[in-house]
Ligand binder design. Structure first.
Ligand code: TYD
Length: 225
């Protein structure tokens, strides 16, 4: 029996520190014999990366932004995520649809019903079961207060259209994530991202051990403190 694929997304506001843990997790899965695809959204395919550039840098309204993000997502699902899952691989994705509900829905205040419609359109009809709307098996939410995230990001790089938003925007984004977590408790796991890096890593790996997806507790993430 081939092993079933595993689709894990990582979410949180800018500065929550999720990206630094994804590579460590990929190494942990590989050490246990799994093939891992690490990807991100918007992005993950040549077309989706072009759309990412537009979304992060060009002025546009919230519907255009949402349409471009879901277009990128469908291309990514079709060309990268679904084929990897069909091969029984582990897909670790830096952001997925919960980010759209949090940033476009919460942050920008865009219509959640329209987002739900786009979600269904973009994420259905690509899996072996044509009726399935593809969603992550697990979504790890790195929860952090916007004020703390803002301090971490000071001077980090030239901010894009989202990173340059005021702290109130990120408060709404956090509320958006909280709503999604409440609506889908079966796949959401909240991690306290205010803790020290190694404590965050511990929370992450023990979560995956509890799920039975990592066999042993991995001692270190191989980087940072
Ligand atoms: P991010 O994933 O944080 O990458 P980097 O670490 O390179 O900045 O950047 C992606 C940005 O796009 C982030 O600010 C959130 C935003 N975004 C949305 O607004 N909606 C979405 O659906 C996704 C996936 C991302």
């Amino acid at each position: 029996m081939p092993r079933p694929g595993l689709f894990i997304s990582f979410e949180g506001i800018d500065g929550a520190g999720k990206s630094s843990h994804i590579d460590g997790l990929a190494a942990a899965f590989r050490a246990q014999g799994r093939t891992v695809v690490v990807s991100r959204e918007p992005g993950g395919t040549p077309l989706a990366e072009k759309l990412r550039e537009l979304v992060l840098n060009d002025p546009m309204d919230a519907l255009t932004e949402s349409l471009l993000i879901f277009a990128a997502r469908r291309d990514h699902l079709r060309n990268v995520i679904e084929p990897a899952l069909a091969r029984g691989e582990v897909v670790l994705c830096d952001r997925f649809t919960d980010a759209t509900f949090a940033y476009q829905g919460g942050g920008r205040g865009f219509d959640l019903q329209v987002l739900s419609l786009l979600e269904r359109l973009a994420q259905t009809g690509l899996a072996p079961d044509a009726n399935l709307m593809r969603e992550p098996d697990l979504t790890v939410w790195f929860d952090l207060a916007p004020e703390v995230a803002a301090e971490r990001l000071v001077g980090a790089r030239v901010p894009d259209r989202f990173e340059s938003q005021p702290v109130e925007f990120f408060r709404r984004v956090v509320q958006g994530y909280a709503q999604r977590a409440t609506a889908a408790p079966h796949r959401f796991a909240r991690i306290d991202a205010a803790l020290e890096r190694h404590r965050v890593w511990q929370q992450l790996t023990s979560l995956l051990v509890r799920k039975g997806w990592l066999a042993i507790m991995v001692p270190a993430d191989g980087g940072g403190r």
